[in-house]
Design a protein around this ligand. Structure first.
Ligand code: NAI
Ligand code: MG
Length: 503
């Protein structure tokens, strides 16, 4: 067997062939340095396999492949309808292989298999959705004067570097690839160090679906090496990134040298406001899901929960009981598991440290705040679901993104006060409000400074609806029709109808 694939036996009995190379020009190659990244199963702390890690030189090769494909006849001749057909075929093939892909993500990321399966369903749905858009992205004709005929056309941006995080590995790739391919761009994806596997398996599906060489190139590697090489490369026209605000700022600085187009989806500390007229069981359900789902590793997690003083004690008790009842900790491959491990030791330690910080700052921890007692075989990066009450605005757990199953509860008295507190943050990704008063719901929604609002729910996003933040939560929008704007640019054409015959 070639040294660029490895047979992997997953814990659920699935056996598959895992590619381990860099995917450039529809071919598998080793990295120029020969260096590899170990891919860890966070539930067992064991190495699954290792994959080649791209150097700056490898990133350059991938960019050249994407550039050649973008300039070449083969991809250019694939018009919108044909691109759409390719994408619909890709979606069908992903659907056919959803069990293997979900197995890989559950094993490499630690998320429960049932959730991984839901994520893959979103992946093929996103390709289908954008496949439908591929021949429906129009320009306009614009009336100016009688002497001119004027129109705009939507063109692809060119070569796109896409940097992906580990919380929804293929999901975040699909959000970026879907619109990029629909609009006719070519792409280099760099996956996150913690979850390098599923995207490599996906590469083979791309080839089978019939995408020409160089249209999508996939590399693994360190952010500081492969990632930054991609962002700084003069032949890259656009950078799209999902991850931390700190890295997003670095990327923006690096992209400025050649003034690249940019889309950033970064951190959050999103508020959920629960008024005393809310339906309490519904508020508990969504408050829980909004911060405990996906092990709390959600950029839009509603992690600051403001509860009106009249229902505060009832709500705290209800959330505690609900969490204890449904949040079963266990192996990602056990059907009853709600919570698997955090993605890595570093992420687990970060959350445990915030437990310590909450104690030191004088908040009241009503559940969790430590490593999970129930972790299978005493191994894995599992933490207890944590609920912290009586949190004050000066505390770090109130202000900082924790990215774990860690709910922060704050008591409030008035609508005006809670809107002010909700907005007193550098972030502005999402916000949620629970109330039975429809006027209040819309009034509060209009005053919360964030890119997305949920009413009587949290984190029930949809790929047909734009997704993105304001302030330091990002720039631009992904998903929905707005997602096409991030991957196309307008060209304006002025045609003079009155040719001068004599000078
Ligand atoms: P990160 O933002 O550093 O990593 C995300 C991606 O960026 C990875 O692919 C990484 O390799 C790449 N990257 C890192 N440095 C880079 C650079 N200089 N140039 C180009 N690419 C670079 O986030 P990390 O370290 O994995 O997690 C730290 C925290 O970030 C988390 O605890 C969480 O708070 C937040 N985060 C937010 C996510 C979101 O969905 N908004 C996703 C992942 C992390
Ligand atoms: Mg892993």
């Amino acid at each position: 067997m070639s040294n660029l694939t490895q047979i992997v036996h997953a814990p659920n009995g699935v056996t598959y062939r895992q590619p381990t190379g860099l995917f450039i020009n529809n071919q598998w190659v080793a990295s120029s340095s020969g260096r590899k990244l170990a891919s860890i199963n966070p539930a067992t702390e064991e190495e699954i396999t290792s994959v080649y890690a791209a150097t700056a030189e490898d990133a350059d090769k991938a960019v050249r492949a994407a550039r050649a494909a973008f300039e070449g006849e083969e991809w250019w001749s694939v018009v919108g309808t044909a691109r759409g057909r390719l994408m619909l075929k890709l979606a069908d093939m992903i659907e056919n292989q959803q069990h293997v892909l979900a197995t890989i993500e559950a094993m490499d990321n630690g998320k429960p298999y049932s959730q991984a399966l839901g994520d893959i369903e979103e992946v093929f749905s996103v390709f289908r959705y954008y496949g439908g858009w591929a021949d429906k992205s129009y320009g306009q004709t614009i009336e100016t004067t009688r002497a001119k005929f004027t129109y705009t056309v939507r063109e692809p941006i060119g070569v796109c570097g896409q940097i992906i995080p580990w919380n929804y590995p293929l999901g975040m790739a699909a959000w970026k690839l879907g619109p990029a391919l629909a609009c006719g761009n070519t792409v280099i994806i760099k996956a996150a160090e913690q979850t390098p596997l599923s995207i490599l398996y996906f590469a083979n599906i791309l080839v089978e679906a019939g995408f020409p060489p160089g249209v999508v190139n996939i590399i693994n590697g360190r952010g500081s090496e492969a990632g930054s090489a991609l962002v700084q490369h003069p032949e890259v026209d656009k950078v799209a990134f999902t991850g931390s605000t700190a890295t997003g700022k670095q990327i923006m600085r690096m992209a400025s040298d050649t003034m690249k187009d940019i889309t950033l989806e970064t951190g959050g500390k999103s508020p959920l406001v629960i008024f005393d007229d809310a339906q309490i069981p519904n508020a508990i359900k969504w408050a829980h899901y909004g911060v405990m789902g996906n092990m709390g590793q959600i950029c839009t997690a509603t992690s600051r929960i403001f509860v009106h003083e009249n229902i505060y004690d009832t709500f705290v008790k209800g959330l505690q009981e609900y969490t204890a009842k449904i949040q079963v900790i266990g192996s990602p491959f056990e059907a009853k598991t709600y919570q698997g491990p955090q993605v890595s030791k570093a992420q687990m330690e970060k959350i445990l440290e915030y437990g310590q910080v909450a104690r030191t700052e004088g908040a009241r921890i009503v559940s969790g705040g430590k490593i999970a007692d129930a972790r299978p075989n005493g191994k894995g990066f599992y933490v207890e679901p944590t609920i912290v009450c009586d949190v004050q605005p000066h505390m770090r757990v109130y202000k900082e993104e924790i990215f774990g199953p860690f709910a922060v509860l704050v008591k409030f008295s008035t609508e005006a006060e809670v809107i002010k507190q909700s907005n007193a943050t550098d972030y502005g990704l999402a916000a949620a409000v629970c109330t039975s008063d429809i006027s209040r719901a819309h009034r509060v929604a209009s005053q919360l400074k964030s890119g997305m609002i949920w009413i009587n729910a949290s984190n029930n996003s949809d790929f047909r609806v734009p997704f993105g933040g304001v302030k330091q939560s990002g720039i631009g929008r992904e998903l929905g029709q707005a997602g096409l704007d991030a991957y196309s640019q307008l060209k304006s054409v002025h045609l003079n109808l009155q040719l001068t015959e004599q000078v």
